[in-house]
Design a protein around this ligand. Structure first.
Ligand SMILES: Nc1ncnc2c1ncn2[C@@H]1O[C@H](COP(=O)(O)OP(=O)(O)O)[C@@H](O)[C@H]1O
Ligand SMILES: [Mg+2]
Length: 290
């Protein structure tokens, strides 16, 4: 599958699509899917801005974001400090390159790193327009990028999610074909319908990426049908990720899939197709919203 381009941006001033990677359930592969999509986007020649909204900072570590070495400087150089009270475009102040050796990644992937202090943002919930702080911090900055990915924590109703969704055009939902994950994905769809008017009236779910699929398992076949039933077939990525050693290693060893000698190239090729599907879905969903 070829990489389709995003729709042309009039005068090249329109911001790149902002894609939040979400599921209410933890451990379903949100950050792993984000990592695979981000490296695929870079391989396709796209300039990628990564916003790590999860206080765990897993994506920041896995992309080897070049954060300050001294731990006491890391909070001030992170998204947590920007989101306290951001000036317009302030995220620029903390952006760092991806630390992978290959310039395909290090020159095209830029990261707004997370810090544990993102947890403290909960205290600002309810302050006027506090959920619009990421949107404000990104203003103007995203013109230099083709796509923005926002990796979300496994919440549904948290302030961090309100902040992430207010700055997003679309959500992509990694989901395991298991009961709790499918219900968690369903709750995300329901909340988008219910609350988008307060966050971003055009917010839409672009679709679901099935992860850790075991096609011979009867229960996975059943849960796959449940996933299709959420919003129909075209809403689910036809490329389904299996349990892969390279997926485990991209997290554990903080490396791109293609650096893995086991099934890394096959996994990266799958992500190329998932990224192509995602760009098409985003175009469809954003055109429908317009
Ligand atoms: N398809 C997969 N094959 C093997 N390991 C996977 C796969 N998807 C996720 N993992 C592993 O499962 C763990 C949880 O995944 P992660 O992406 O961190 O989930 P989340 O961000 O949803 O909490 C990580 O160790 C990750 O490497
Ligand atoms: Mg995660």
């Amino acid at each position: 599958m070829a990489i389709p381009e995003y729709p042309p941006r009039p005068g090249d001033r329109q911001p790149a699509p902002h894609v939040a990677i979400c599921n209410h359930k933890g451990g379903v592969g949100k950050t792993g899917t984000a990592q695979g999509l981000i490296t695929s986007a870079a391989e396709a020649g796209h300039r990628v801005l990564v916003v790590d909204m999860d206080a765990q900072g897993n994506l920041t570590r896995r992309l080897r974001a070049r954060v300050p070495e001294a731990p006491e400087q890391r909070a001030a150089a992170s998204l947590a400090s920007v989101l306290q009270r951001p000036a317009l475009g302030e995220i620029e102040r903390i952006l760092v390159p991806c630390g992978y050796d290959d310039p395909v990644y290090s020159e095209r992937i830029t990261i707004a790193p997370a810090h544990l202090e993102l947890e403290l943002l909960s205290h600002t919930a309810g302050l006027a327009a506090s959920e619009k702080r990421l949107l404000r911090a990104l203003q103007g900055v995203t013109e230099d990028f083709d796509v923005v990915f926002i990796d979300c924590p496994p919440n549904l109703l948290s302030h961090q999610i309100d902040i992430a969704w207010s700055a997003s055009d679309v959500l992509v939902l990694p989901c395991e074909p298991e009961y709790d994950a499918v219900e968690a994905a369903r709750r995300i769809h329901e909340r988008v319908e219910r609350d988008r008017h307060t966050l971003n009236p055009d917010l839409a779910v672009a679709g679901i990426v099935v992860n850790r699929y075991r096609p011979n398992l009867k229960i996975h076949q059943k849960r796959e049908k449940d996933i299709y039933a959420i919003r129909g077939d075209e809403h689910v990525c036809p490329v389904k990720l299996h349990e892969l050693v390279s997926m485990k290693n991209q997290a554990e060893l903080a490396q791109p899939l293609r650096a893995d000698g086991t099934d890394g190239n096959a996994a990266a090729d799958q992500f190329r197709d998932i990224y192509a599907w995602m760009t098409k879905r985003i175009t469809t969903v954003m055109e429908n919203a317009a």
